[in-house]
Each structure stands twice: as structure tokens, then as C-alpha cells.
Write a protein that binds this ligand. Structure first.
Ligand code: 5GP
Ligand code: MG
Length: 203
């Protein structure tokens, strides 16, 4: 039995079936219209919550060191740091475990041009699903890279399929067990540029 530990101050549950608006009703290119199901989190809701998260994370801090996991968290990062009023340093780390809609289970680190030794890191990820990626990366940064501390911040938490006990320090939204796209999250490298989070059809 996997215990889910979330120490964040607050999160928001995305509605199980999405908000009433179907993605088709929003003005989006035909390419997306054929593929998207319901909108789970609107653009307005994302904006408000990300602003709130920036305040939660930076409260009382003089400086923050963020490592953003590519590519999914790039959009989230761009909005988040612009609402932080302290010194922010950013690095990127390339990791992947998904092929299409399925997790391959094996995590690969690619791009990681930084020295994490002795640093207090906030690891930024688009979504935590099984927890394998973040659990692997956290232990890699602490044990191999000798970071001083690692906190985790995710935009979305999909607790239904968790396999690893992993502490998530900051969470934007809790989402149902659906494959989500938009706001940085992709399906086969597409859909990242949608300003909202939606489900894919037939998932
Ligand atoms: P985990 O290792 O926690 O199972 O998965 C983490 C990674 O899988 C995320 O960084 C993300 O790339 C991908 N992933 C998991 N669930 C989803 C989802 O619903 N949509 C998208 N686009 N990617 C997902
Ligand atoms: Mg990812």
C-alpha cells in the first residue's frame, strides 16, 4: 500500500469530468479539436493558482534555486518565476520515462549541465504520476550530486497510480487518472502550447 505524503499548504482538485466547456467550444486550431476531451483546468484558473504557488514557495526566502525538468515543466516555470519576488536561479534537467501515453518505467537523465553540490534545490515537474521519475531524480541529486536538500514542486498530482512513497512539497492541482495535455504537457511532443490543461480523447 503506497502512502501519499503531501505537505503542501493547499491544493485544488480538478473536477473529475472536467469543467462543462468542451475543448471544442474554445477557439482552438482544428488539429487540437479532434484530439482533446474536456478542459480540466482553465487558463484563468492556472494563472491564479500559479501566482499563489509562487508566493507560497518564495515566502520568507531571499533566494531560490530551481531545477526544471524538461520539457514538460518549461511553461509552468516561465509563469512561476515571474511571480517570485526574490533572487531566482534556474537550471534544467532532461529526464524522460514516457513513450506516447505509456510510462516505460525506466528513467533516463540526459541534459544536466549544472553542479548541484551543497545546494538547496527545488525540483520543478509538470506532473507526478507513479512517482518513479521524481523519486529517482531526488535520490540521484542527493546521493550522486551531493545536493544539500531537495524539495519537490509539481503543477499536477495524479495520485491514482502512485507506486513510490514520495513527499511532494508543493502541488498546484490534483487531477483524476486521465492523460492530460496542455500548459507544457505533451502527447507525442504536441499540445504543449495549449494555454489550459485538458484530457485526451479515448483515455
Ligand atoms: P511518473 O514517473 O511519476 O510516473 O511520471 C512522470 C512523468 O510522466 C511526467 O514528468 C510526465 O512527463 C509523464 N506523465 C505522467 N502522466 C502524464 C499525463 O497525464 N500527461 C502527460 N502529458 N505526461 C504525463
Ligand atoms: Mg515529465
Amino acid at each position: 500500500m503506497v502512502k501519499i505524503v503531501n505537505n503542501f499548504k493547499r491544493t485544488i482538485d480538478a473536477p473529475e469530468e472536467g469543467i462543462k466547456t468542451r475543448a471544442e467550444k474554445i477557439s482552438i486550431p482544428t488539429f487540437f479539436q479532434k484530439r482533446l476531451g474536456n478542459v480540466l483546468i482553465s487558463e484563468k484558473c492556472l494563472k491564479l493558482r500559479v501566482k499563489e504557488m509562487a508566493k507560497e514557495i518564495s515566502r520568507g526566502k531571499k533566494e531560490i534555486y530551481l531545477i526544471s525538468i524538461l520539457k514538460g515543466s518549461a511553461v509552468f516555470l516561465a509563469d512561476l518565476i515571474r511571480d517570485m519576488d526574490c533572487d531566482v536561479e534556474v537550471d534544467f534537467l532532461g529526464a524522460s520515462s514516457y513513450i506516447g501515453e505509456k510510462s516505460s518505467g525506466k528513467i533516463k537523465i540526459g541534459f544536466a549541465p549544472f553542479d548541484a553540490k551543497g545546494k538547496n534545490i527545488i525540483l520543478l515537474e509538470d506532473i507526478v504520476d507513479t512517482g518513479n521519475t521524481l523519486s529517482f531524480l531526488k535520490s540521484h541529486l542527493l546521493k550522486k550530486e551531493k545536493a544539500k536538500s531537495v524539495k519537490i514542486c509539481v503543477l499536477l498530482d495524479k495520485p491514482a497510480r502512485r507506486e513510490k512513497n514520495i513527499e511532494i512539497d508543493f502541488v498546484g492541482f490534483r487531477v483524476p487518472d486521465r492523460f492530460t495535455v496542455g500548459y507544457g504537457l505533451d502527447y507525442k511532443q504536441r499540445c504543449r502550447n495549449l494555454p489550459f490543461v485538458a484530457t485526451l480523447k479515448k483515455y
